[in-house]
Ligand binder design. Sequence first.
Ligand SMILES: Cc1ncc(COP(=O)(O)O)c(C=O)c1O
Length: 416
Amino acid sequence: MSSDNSTQDPYFQKLFAERIGGENYGKGTEIYKFEKIKRAKRNALDAHPNRQLLDFGIGENDAMADSAVREVMKQEVDLAENRGYADNGVAEYKQAAVRFMQRHFGVELSESQVNHCIGSKPAYAMLPACFINPGDITMMTVPGYPVAGTHTRYYGGEVYRLPLLAENDFLPDLDSIPDDIYARTKMLVINYPNSPTGRLAPQSFFEKVVKLAKEKQFIVVHDAAHILLTFDGKPTSFLQTPGALDVGVEVHSMSKGYDMIGWRMGFVAGNERIVSAFSDVKDNSDSGQFIATQKAAAAALDDDSIPQRINDKYRRRMEKLVAVLKEVGFDCQMPGGSYFLYTPSPTGCEGGESFAAAEDATRYLIEDLGIVTVPWDDAGAYLRFSVTYVAGSEAEEDALMEETKKRLTAAKLTFA
Ligand SMILES: Cc1ncc(COP(=O)(O)O)c(C=O)c1O
């Protein structure tokens, strides 16, 4: 007889750790944002099976990795020398990362200041293990990528939220942080080009961060996942800032700038002692990415035409999107970078619905208009449009934008 009885708790229900909900693990009734979007998409498709969904909700590159990178992978996969544990990574990738940092940003690093990671997400899961004791604080910008905060809490630490507001140019207000918070802060996580706001940080902000880090004694983690998708001027690394190498690390990802999301490659670069601590924790967590993948990623890092092509494509799509959204009443402008457009949410429709939060606007746009976006209500009501939608040609992009404009115009959105 099956022992599976879904109405009865297993004997280990009371054993789940508090950090994931303790004995209530798996019993929550809260529905998360992305599940709500999925449900609204299902409703939209059921109600209008023949209407195309215009999907600006996808946060992943729409193209495969460059064919040259796939070719390297095909060859490396057949080499016996690549078969084993990669531990903290092969020299080929570290050296390519060192060359990359030098070429793009003029940042001179040694191999000991670089360590690969299996995508940047696990790096954010591991860095808190290097610094956070119970009661310590990680300062995180909100809205933002939450992984370092989640793991800070797993270690008994706390997250101090720094809202990114339009009136501050989507930079955290570092002057408003009370001294007792600074006193307990071990890490500050920042991210520019910022996801989801698309804003860039001026050099003066990075300089202020370095100064404060030294003064208040915390380390800085700069999330550079979108750095090669910079549209306004040349991409800027936090590590270019004088003194940055004394206070922190920058985490790079192959995902966005190289169409290599599923390949799981990135690197942590910067202060040697912090990189070394990260490597120690990593060594106790995984055994490194497949060496063939590391070598293919090294070939990608050495080819600047790949990120240039990807940047050109998303810039073009972003320009088209901004033009259409402006025409139908959105108050938006070209972001400095990232493939996300973050724009104030509509508040309703002329003579019709009104939306109390971005989440309500998102549901309406999906169910009534067949347009998918992601809502952000953490610091004001905003919608995120991603330009990673699937379109095989520029003509298809134009057709999709035309249809977007038609539906949004008909909806007569209001922005009170
Ligand atoms: C801001 C930001 N940082 C980091 C990541 C993690 O990227 P990956 O683990 O693919 O390197 C993402 C992914 O969505 C992101 O948006």
